[in-house]
Design a protein around this ligand. Sequence first.
Ligand SMILES: NC(=O)c1ccc[n+]([C@@H]2O[C@H](COP(=O)([O-])OP(=O)(O)OC[C@H]3O[C@@H](n4cnc5c(N)ncnc54)[C@H](OP(=O)(O)O)[C@@H]3O)[C@@H](O)[C@H]2O)c1
Length: 271
Amino acid sequence: MNDAIARQGLVLMGCGKMGGAMLSGWLKGGLPPASVWVTDPNPADWLVDAGVHINADFPEDPAVALIAVKPQMMGDALPSVAALGGGRTLVISVAAGTPIARFEEVFGPDTPVIRAMPNTPAAIGRGITAIIGNAHASEKHLSLAETLLSAIGQVVRLQDEAQMDAVTAVSGSGPAYVFHLIETLAAAGVAEGLAPDLAMALAKATVGGAGALAETAAEDPGQLRVNVTSPNGTTQAALEVLMEEQSGFPPLLKRAVKAAADRSKELSRGG
Ligand SMILES: NC(=O)c1ccc[n+]([C@@H]2O[C@H](COP(=O)([O-])OP(=O)(O)OC[C@H]3O[C@@H](n4cnc5c(N)ncnc54)[C@H](OP(=O)(O)O)[C@@H]3O)[C@@H](O)[C@H]2O)c1
């Protein structure tokens, strides 16, 4: 892990699902627990035993302050870390819908801020996080954020904060769409006469296996689909329904992703 963090320390504000997944990745990756200051009103048992500082006074100029509280807790949480603003500490936020401007208001305009959007497979180290920095976030800061966030999966960089709404709608909220696909695929199997447990086992393994294949295969997902579709076969019969221009996946997912992106825009305006 980064020398500056080991030397100056890292403050983690909020150690729930997302903060906890990151912290356990960093500790496994060799970050000394003594370099970490966690603030959380109800620290979990594993955290108490981890050797990190809990709800203690912060070091003077930690290398990083990572904010992982719920967006609605931000108003209560930020004043206690506002003193870390001014340029020596990199502020990273994983909070959905909280714009960089909000952090610049609290920490001051000279503070390097990186906004990140992770997703729930982070819990098993298989997330994907998109990041964007403000004008004071240097290449060194972005690369430090990438190192920290790679504890929970892949990291991609954005060019513009406005892309965050679409990212939120695709990868941030996306796991829920896939969970719903699993539920509905299993229910459709039950409607065709399978026992619920068997239908669910088939649906989970199919989505998990196809996802892994799509990530690792040399072919793109369109080609993988063609590869398993024999003319006039069973897959083609289903795809004719799913790819139907008016009622299939393309218009349905387009509407769903647009609804999420629109809601993300409203939330970042405080709506
Ligand atoms: N989970 C995801 O997949 C996901 C995906 C994308 C983005 N995010 C973002 O990640 C952030 C954290 O989400 P999460 O799912 O990890 O939520 P979570 O499990 O509720 O974790 C938030 C933690 O912050 C603590 N907290 C509340 N007020 C605090 C304060 N003033 N100071 C310090 N800690 C405080 C909470 O304690 P109490 O529970 O005791 O209140 C809780 O342990 C959110 O902003 C969310 O938008 C999460």
